[in-house]
Design a protein around this ligand. Structure first.
Ligand code: AKB
Length: 317
């Protein structure tokens, strides 16, 4: 039976992953942890919760020992835009946290899942249908921590046989918890503003394509890869995964089908635009499809319909 510790459990992915995993593995077998107890009541009240600062290895080890954890899902991380505003904090948290998790996993025989990102690619990477194995020279601190993290995960598997798995997530779109300072966040904010004010000012320029994914597909990807037959995995870490690639005009057009009065204009943020310009337009995720049957369900139209329905209820509109 899996006993799973999730770090960063009150963040955008964590707050949904905890509930998704509790449903599959049982409430008592999924231990949520976070640096503060500030966030989703559902997560805090439906099963075990521990305060864990991933920069404190003893706190990770204590939670692992207390609950006899055998699987760690490590999500605590600083995203791209916040990382550019504070590169030192991004390096310290993203590298220090991952290192501590891998060490605790090695000492306690745990397997690990941790996400990388499309940010692990850079301006010299092929932009369209970016291959699984290609040039990785990112130009952001967040991206540098993601490539370094991919290498560190490979190292712990090859050197210490720690079963570390992961995907390169694109921008994740969800309605439960807001993302915390990424470049792709516009594709979440646009839905909130469409419902609240019927207008949105995009900080990302027209014509900028980035990969995106709806949260239900992301949650399924995590569990599918954790449960995948290791004999089939040639890559193990840092699988390209994607569901859709669009630019701001396309998401606005899709929203207009449901809210005809919706209008969008632009006030481009040079920092986040620069980050977006350094990332791929679209990924080739065939390795994930071949090795563990990755097969997302939501495209832009299906996601937009669901997001608008769910958010209207949440925002009481
Ligand atoms: C970000 O925009 O920083 C994240 C990511 C793509 O990793 N959403």
């Amino acid at each position: 039976m899996r006993k799973i510790l999730i770090t960063g459990a009150l963040g955008q992915i964590g707050s949904e992953l905890v509930m998704y995993m509790r449903n599959i593995y049982g409430n008592e077998n999924v231990i949520a942890s976070n640096i503060t107890a500030d966030g989703s009541k559902k997560v805090l009240e439906s099963g075990p919760f521990e305060i864990v600062n991933v920069l404190n290895p003893q706190q990770i080890a204590d939670a692992v020992n207390k609950y006899k954890v055998n699987t760690i899902v490590h999500l605590a991380s600083i995203l791209s835009a916040v990382g550019e505003a504070n590169p030192v904090a991004a390096w310290n948290l993203n590298m220090g946290g991952l290192f501590n998790v891998l060490e605790v996993a090695k000492e306690n025989g745990c397997s690990v899942f941790t996400p990388s990102s499309i940010a692990a690619f850079g301006p010299s990477t092929p932009k369209d249908k970016t291959p699984q194995d290609t040039v990785q020279r990112p130009s952001t601190m967040y991206g540098i921590t993601k490539v370094s993290g991919e290498l560190l995960c490979d190292y712990y598997f090859k050197r210490f046989n720690v079963d570390v798995r992961g995907v390169r997530f694109p921008g994740l779109i969800s309605y439960e918890t807001l993302p915390g300072g990424g470049t792709t966040d516009y594709a979440v904010h646009i839905y909130y503003e469409a419902i609240k004010n019927k207008k949105y000012t995009s900080y990302i320029k027209e014509g900028t394509y980035m990969d995106m994914m709806y949260m239900p597909d992301a949650l399924e990807a995590i569990v599918k890869l954790i449960e995948a037959d290791p004999k089939r995995l040639k890559h193990r870490n840092a699988f390209n995964v994607t569901s859709m690639s669009f630019e701001p005009e396309e998401i606005a057009r899709e929203i207009k089908k449901h809210i005809p009065e919706f209008v969008m204009d632009y006030d481009v943020d040079p920092i986040r635009q620069g980050i977006a310009d350094s990332w791929p337009n679209s990924l080739d995720d065939s390795a994930a499809r071949e090795e563990w049957d990755w097969n997302p369900k939501y495209d832009l139209a299906a996601m937009t319909k669901d997001m608008l329905e769910k958010l209207s209820v949440k925002l009481g509109k």
